[in-house]
Structure formats: structure tokens, C-alpha cells
Design a protein around this ligand. Structure first.
Ligand code: ADP
Length: 479
């Protein structure tokens, strides 16, 4: 008897506020810029829908208008337009939603009317999907900005006929939940009033909580983060405990096509696992020249949002203590932006530099790639780290991660003192632990043989998307 196995290609619609290279503020952008590409490579049809911000990508690319709609937020009726990038150069169909007055801004976040902006975006997306003649196999929403879509599909009268479309919510960061007062409840398309509990958490409309309650499945971007959310989830702990049956952890991958020291288009001096010693040194030289640092000392970097979650507020004292207790035997270079107090403190420390400290306040994709390539160590003293991509990029570029033992950092980095290990791990987001990790880093730096062994091992680790793509597809299929 002959058994035929049919491969079922699925249509997956990703809805997100960020997508690299269109608009990125952090890891969410990287993931939504890569996961759909690798889902397509695996034979599926994955598409991305996001707001049409006024970013460089918009100006430098060509688009076709594919839909024009008219809908409302409460009594405010508005026109919206969906445009599609014409060349498919990202490896997936990219759709941008334009809402004049709401989404036509340069920044992704940080406006007073963010709740209305993302609500308008979600209503437009669902309205557009409702106009299709076919149904997608799954709608995959990311973070709170798209977290109300599962509710809308289930309980808004207008979209009831879409309620059988499976939904998946991926939580990249549970700190931000999109809280809205009940006075905004009339902005949602008319909904079944009995279901108010599906929007509510502790007295407010909570889009992330609503997504967790209403999505068919919920994923987090690492296994450890899922465990931690049951005890620390910015108020949603009980909900994660209650809904644990539908939650799974799927570790992010990294886009090896973008993040490859052999081909990276942001750096000039390429290298491989065979040539890392000279290759990294050339990149380090560029950094040291540009930032007045000493090439002969180990270069420790930090890249990221300067916020409490990342432990950025601990950096000034940890750096000061290291210089004082360990000596001026290392360089620090920091790239990031965030809390004004932390930015100011880090900036003010430039005056104390003896060619061994510098900081670049801002967001700079080019510089970040050069830093992954030229640094010796990357410091991540995060209090919370859902997955963390920096440590994975760093390892691919031969930069040794120094990470706090939490979330995705715990899942991806093994201490070099343990069997098979290749990084530096510490337990607490505290100055003492960070300083001790810096001391270990300096010692490792001067142990050429061990350091090179660690780098060689790290650079060959596989963090590609392949395994995670398979897990996502299995999850969709289970629906
Ligand atoms: P987050 O919690 O911020 O999403 P992740 O580790 O998941 O943290 O992802 C961070 C991503 O953002 C990485 O690609 C990192 O290189 C990038 N990034 C963060 N801050 C900056 C910055 N100031 N300039 C350039 N890239 C940055």
C-alpha cells in the first residue's frame, strides 16, 4: 500500500508594531523581520502587517495600494489605506496600514495617543481581513499593540464571522501592557457587553491580558521567561498561572543572513571562525580610534535600552567600582538611549575617561554591528530578559557574553567555568555581581588559550531560526 503524505502550506498573518528593516526599536523588530522570512523558506505563506510610520524605508521603497477602507473608533470615522511593498525583497509580503492623523508619525512609540493609534491600527487590520474572500490559516499577533485582535475576532459583532480563524499571541515583553481606562471602551467596534471580563485586568482595559485570555495559544520568547512570568509579570502573574495550559516558550532565533561577520553589510572588515583574531582586532581598532579607547585592553560593551529592565542604571557604579577595585585594565563603550538620568550620568562619566570609557547616546544600527564585531565582551545585567538577542548576535561575532542568570539569557549562555560553557554568568542584577563578572572577564581576556577556545566554540553555535520555525508551525497546526 502506498501512503501519500501531503505537505500543507499555511497562510500566516503576522500583525506587529515593529519589523526590521522597516521600523525597529528592539528585539520585536528583529523577530518579525526574520520569522516570516524563514516560515516562507519552509514552504508557507507568511505575511506581515504593520503601521505605516514615516520611516526611511517608506521613502526609499515602492508600494502598491491594495485596499482602501473606512471605519471608526467610536464616533470618529476615518479612511485607511493598505499598501504593499512591490518587490518582496524582505522575503515576505509586507503590508503597511496608513491612518492619517494616527500612524503618520516618525517614531514608533512614545506619543500620548498611543492607545488610540494602536487601536486604530488593529481595527483597520481586522476590517481589511474581513473584506477578503478567503480566510488565513492563522493570525499571529505580537505584544500588546496587536493584543486586542483575538478579542475583536471573538466578541465584536461585526467580525463574528471571523471567529474561527485561529489566533496566536507572542509575548516579547510583558512589562508593557497598553493599559487603557474604561472610558475608551466605546472606541472598540461594538462588542458583546457580557464579555467585558475578556478585556479587563485590575480595573482597566489591558490589551496584553486580553490577548492572553482570548488568543487560542500564547507563546513567550524563551522557556525560562515563561516560568518567570508566573512570579513576576508586572501584575499579570495570576493570569499566567491560570492560563498556563495554553502557553508555550519558543526561543527566538537570529537572522543569520543579516547577522554574519563574514558578510555583514554594516561592517567593512569581515571575518570567520578561522580568522576571528585578526578580523575582530581590525574592527576593534576602528572603534578605539573613533571613541578614544585603548586597543591593548579588553573592550567591554553594552548595547540596549537604558532602562531598569536592562539593569542600565547599575552601569555607572559598576564601571566606577571596576576601575577602582580592579584597576584601569579595561575599556567600556556603551550604546543606548532611555532614562534621561541614566543617559546624563553615563555622559558625565566621559570626563573621567583615561582613554578607557565612552558612550554614544542614541539608536544606531551601524554602530551596533561594528560593536558586536569589535568588542571582546558584552555586558547584559538585565533584571528581566524575555529572550535577549544581543547575546546571540555577540556570540556569532565572537564577543563573549556576560549575562545575568535570567530569562532567555539563562537559556542561551552557559558559564565557561561549567562543562561545555562559553560565557560568563552571574546571579544578581547588583553592582557587586557585575563587578565580579568584569573581573572574571579581564582574567579571561589575558588567558589567550582559553579565550580563543571559548570564542571558537561560541561562533559555531547554531541559533538559526530553523528549530523555532518548526515549533511555531507545529503549534499552528495543532490549532
Ligand atoms: P529588547 O528588550 O530591547 O527588545 P533584545 O535583546 O530582544 O532587547 O533586542 C535588542 C535589539 O535592539 C538588538 O538587535 C540590539 O542590537 C538592538 N538595539 C538596542 N538598542 C540599540 C541602539 N541604541 N542602537 C542600535 N541597536 C540597538
Amino acid at each position: 500500500m502506498q501512503i501519500k503524505v501531503y505537505f500543507e502550506s499555511m497562510e500566516i498573518i503576522h500583525v506587529s508594531a515593529e519589523c526590521y528593516p522597516v521600523a525597529k526599536a528592539g528585539g520585536l523588530g528583529d523577530v518579525v523581520g526574520a520569522l516570516p522570512k524563514y516560515q516562507n523558506e519552509a514552504g508557507h505563506v507568511a505575511k506581515v502587517v504593520m503601521p505605516m510610520y514615516r520611516t526611511k524605508f517608506l521613502l526609499n521603497n515602492e508600494f502598491d495600494v491594495v485596499h482602501k477602507g473606512y471605519t471608526n473608533l467610536g464616533s470618529w470615522w476615518f479612511n485607511f489605506t493598505i499598501i504593499k511593498e512591490t518587490t518582496n525583497k524582505l522575503g515576505f509580503d509586507l503590508y503597511l496600514v496608513d491612518i492619517y492623523g494616527l500612524l503618520d508619525r516618525e517614531k514608533i512609540y512614545g506619543y500620548d495617543d498611543d492607545p488610540e493609534r494602536f487601536l486604530g491600527f488593529q481595527v483597520a487590520v481586522v476590517d481589511w481581513i474581513a473584506s477578503w474572500e478567503h480566510r488565513p490559516d492563522v493570525i499571529h499577533v505580537h505584544d500588546y499593540h496587536a493584543g486586542l485582535i483575538p478579542f475583536m475576532l471573538k466578541y465584536c459583532h461585526k467580525y463574528q464571522f471571523l471567529q474561527n480563524i485561529p489566533t496566536v499571541l507572542t509575548i516579547h515583553n510583558a512589562q508593557y501592557q497598553g493599559w487603557m481606562g474604561w472610558d475608551k471602551s466605546h472606541l472598540l467596534p461594538a462588542w458583546d457587553g457580557w464579555k467585558w471580563g475578556m478585556l479587563e485586568w485590575e480595573g482597566t482595559i489591558n490589551p496584553l491580558a486580553s490577548g492572553i485570555k482570548c488568543a487560542w495559544k500564547v507563546t513567550t520568547v524563551s522557556w525560562s521567561y515563561l516560568d518567570e512570568l508566573r512570579v513576576a509579570a508586572n501584575g499579570l502573574e495570576a493570569l499566567f498561572e491560570y492560563e498556563r495550559g495554553k502557553c508555550v516558550g519558543i526561543l527566538n532565533g537570529i537572522d543569520n543572513a543579516v547577522w554574519d561577520p563574514e558578510t555583514d553589510s554594516y561592517i567593512d572588515d569581515h571575518y570567520s571562525v578561522e580568522t576571528f583574531a585578526e578580523g575582530k582586532l581590525r574592527n576593534k581598532q576602528i572603534l578605539c580610534d573613533r571613541f578614544d579607547l585603548d586597543i591593548d585592553k579588553p573592550l567591554l560593551i553594552f548595547i540596549g535600552r537604558l532602562v531598569g529592565e536592562k539593569g542600565a542604571d547599575l552601569l555607572p557604579q559598576a564601571i566606577g567600582d571596576s576601575f577602582y577595585h580592579i584597576g584601569r585594565t579595561m575599556n567600556f563603550l556603551i550604546l543606548g538611549s532611555g532614562f534621561p538620568e541614566v543617559e546624563a550620568e553615563l555622559n558625565s562619566m566621559k570626563g573621567l575617561s583615561r582613554n578607557d570609557y565612552n558612550v554614544f547616546i542614541g539608536y544606531n544600527e551601524n554602530l551596533s554591528h561594528l560593536m558586536y564585531a569589535g568588542a571582546d565582551f558584552i555586558l547584559m545585567p538585565s533584571r528581566v530578559e524575555p529572550c535577549g538577542l544581543n547575546q546571540m548576535y555577540a556570540m556569532r561575532y565572537g564577543t563573549i557574553p556576560m549575562v545575568r542568570n535570567t530569562g532567555g539569557l539563562r537559556d542561551t549562555v552557559i558559564d565557561y567555568g561549567d562543562e561545555g560553557g562559553y560565557g560568563i554568568r552571574f546571579n544578581y542584577a547588583a553592582v557587586g555581581d557585575i563587578t565580579q563578572a568584569i573581573w572574571r572577564a579581564v582574567n579571561l581576556y589575558y588567558d589567550d588559550e582559553k579565550r580563543e577556545e571559548v570564542i571558537r566554540q561560541m561562533m559555531q553555535l547554531d541559533f538559526s531560526w530553523e528549530t523555532s520555525v518548526k515549533q511555531y508551525i507545529d503549534l499552528y497546526q495543532s490549532l
